[in-house]
Design a protein around this ligand. Structure first.
Ligand code: ATP
Length: 321
């Protein structure tokens, strides 16, 4: 019997986040182009006498260790589906900014689904994992799949977007997070000032063909020009200093800049790896962010990085993969 499973899961940035009006159920329809990038959390699942969460990494203190943690919810959901007591220790090593608009909690939910499935040997179909992921939250299915995908509905209905090659991003993190519901609320408030915020008053969210073309052809300049986030004005309204971060990145040579999701992380596109490294250094030195890190994408979604240790038929213990 094996002792633990580790799953690595990436962050996302929305290369486009078009937000429709507030619906009667309180949600907003979106057309989101999710883009997975190489900033990672790792979730390690180990058998335990009860469900337990521990968290390490920057801002770990702001991550709940009670049943509200999305990784705990994932273990409970998968266990309920297969009649298994979710007695596991979930250890989360955070590399994704917390409350940073990069779907860190969703990533951990997806990783816990994959990790518990592997540990318990439930062998859940991909379609079942995706269904459970959508129950956990609108961004969780994309954390499972990774790559680049168009998300519709609340973001959970995914269609893969053909993408050529790799793009170079830089992510500037901020001190303190922004609450996603607060940013949507501010978006509604700003829209009320100019014509209304309901789904009959705001155009139906749609994808920009120029963005899809930039991704299809692997053109970083065109990607940078096509970035769009309908939540950006709201994030800037709640955190005006983010305008300085965006400006610092553009002044330092970024070919595209936007607030990532609900913020406050700011995302920049660079033309290649060398430009991304230089841009990250310039942003860190600018004093307008906590730190800036380069990351490439797209990358795959939640994947096992450590398989059970098994004895080889006639030899030493080796990894199963
Ligand atoms: P999104 O982009 O999906 O809106 P986010 O990236 O802005 O989310 P998260 O890092 O997911 O933000 O954190 C949002 C809140 O979710 C946190 O303040 C925290 O209270 C809660 N949360 C629950 N589970 C986790 C988790 N595993 N990691 C981080 N935050 C979590």
């Amino acid at each position: 019997m094996q002792s633990s499973i580790t799953v690595r899961v990436p962050a996302k940035v929305n290369a486009q986040l078009a937000v429709g009006g507030r619906r009667s159920d309180g949600y907003h329809g979106v057309a989101s182009v999710f883009f997975s990038v190489g900033l990672y959390d790792e979730v390690t699942v180990t058998p335990a006498d009860r469900l337990r969460i521990t968290v390490a990494g920057t801002d770990a203190a702001f991550v709940p260790t009670d049943p509200s943690n999305l990784a705990a919810k994932a273990a409970l959901l998968l266990g309920a589906r297969y009649g298994i007591e979710p007695n596991v220790h979930l250890h989360i090593d955070k590399g994704i900014p917390v409350a940073g608009g990069m779907a860190g909690g969703s990533a951990d939910g997806a990783a816990a689904l994959v990790g518990c499935d592997a540990l318990w040997g439930t062998g859940a179909d991909r379609s079942v994992l995706l269904e459970l992921a959508a129950e956990l939250g609108s961004d969780v299915p994309f954390s499972l799949t990774g790559g680049v995908a168009l998300g519709e509905g609340r973001g959970e209905r995914l269609t893969p977007v053909p993408t050529a090659g790799s793009f170079h991003w830089v992510f500037a993190t901020a001190e303190g997070g922004l609450s996603t519901p607060a940013v949507y609320g501010e978006c509604d408030r700003l829209r009320e000032l100019t014509g209304g915020s309901s789904d009959t008053e705001v155009p139906v969210p749609a994808t920009d063909p120029a963005l899809l073309e930039a991704l299809r052809t692997g053109d970083p300049g065109a990607l940078g020009a096509a970035l769009r986030n309908d939540l950006q004005a709201a994030a800037l309204s709640l955190r005006p200093a983010l305008a300085d971060t965006l400006r610092a990145g553009t002044d330092a040579g970024a070919i595209g800049a936007l607030v990532s999701g609900s913020g406050p992380t700011c995302a920049f596109v660079a033309k290649d790896a060398a430009a991304a490294a230089a841009l990250a250094a310039a942003l860190t030195a600018s004093g307008t962010c906590r730190t800036a890190r380069p990351a490439e994408g797209p990358v795959p979604g939640a994947v096992l990085v450590r398989r059970p240790l098994v004895p080889a038929p006639n030899g030493p213990v080796s990894r199963a993969d």
